[in-house]
Design a protein around this ligand. Structure first.
Ligand SMILES: [Zn+2]
Length: 269
């Protein structure tokens, strides 16, 4: 578990000259629940020069495939000795962060105030990071998170996406004899999509300064030409860098489908 990783990190940091008062664990594990042993580890180095605080972060957990991994050096690569995963995601980051601190202190390099954040429970949904109190970080002006395949790549934004599925249920009837008894799921679906587009939430979505995208992908439904379609299943997605705007796009889909469903009636109402 992460407790052993955290203990090792703390031991290394103390050894290279970190004061105990610079280190703290938060109580994220209590808020996450389950069998978490420790919270996030937060290390705050006072600056030796003036400047705004920088944050460096990485996660201490790995995936279960890495359990029992023994890293060995083979040539210029570090590989697992047995048939486990290595856990480079994200032990690489943990060792990077420790190495940064070691190098700064050992070489007495000038640096602004720095915060190092080692989180727990990342692989299961950023559970530790979600519980970080921003006041514990000391107001960093910018942050660098280490977690990725390419050490030379830097990612400065990520798009949030809602992938959704809609099931539109109508009422079947014989389309040639009693179409008026049926409620066509195909008609509801087309009305809904038309309305979404009319309101500006289809495709390239722009509302003031907010931007996003949306799409309807696979659509399936209908069994025969002489039968009013009683079921349509659609899948699609909405995207935006802005979480609140993403909710708005997805909500526009939900409302349009509900309104379209309510507007299509058969003879019986
Ligand atoms: Zn990772």
């Amino acid at each position: 578990g992460e407790a052993a990783v955290a203990a090792l990190v703390i031991a290394k940091l103390i050894k290279c000259g970190c004061k105990k008062s610079w280190l703290r664990h938060d109580d994220a594990h209590k808020k996450i629940g389950g069998d978490y042993e420790v919270g996030n580890l937060i290390v705050r180095l006072p600056g030796t020069t003036r400047g705004s605080r920088r944050l460096f972060s990485g996660h201490m957990d790995t995936v279960p495939l890495c359990r029992g991994a023994v890293p060995v050096r083979r040539g210029n690569r570090i590989v697992p000795r047995t048939r486990t995963a290595l856990g480079g995601d994200n032990r690489t980051a943990v060792s990077c962060l420790v190495t940064i601190v070691e190098t700064l202190l050992h070489e007495k390099l000038p640096h602004p105030p720095l915060t190092f954040l080692f989180t727990v429970g990342e692989e299961v949904g950023l559970r530790g990071a979600r519980q970080v109190k921003s006041s514990d970080l000391g107001k960093p002006a910018m942050g660098f998170n280490y977690d990725g395949g390419d050490p030379a790549a830097i990612i400065i934004g990520a798009t949030g996406a809602d992938r959704w599925q809609a099931e539109v249920r109508g009422i079947s009837s014989h389309a040639g004899v009693h179409p008026e008894d049926g409620v066509s799921a195909a008609l509801i679906t087309s009305k809904a999509i038309s309305e979404i587009a009319a309101k500006g939430f289809f495709g390239d979505v722009r509302k003031g300064k907010k931007t996003g995208t949306s799409n309807v992908g696979p659509m399936q439904g209908g069994e025969a030409t002489n039968q009013v379609t009683d079921l349509m299943v659609l899948r699609g997605e909405c995207r935006s860098h802005d979480a609140a705007f993403l909710d708005r796009i997805t909500e526009a889909y939900r409302r349009s489908f509900e309104a379209a469903a309510a507007s299509v009636k058969n003879a019986a109402g």
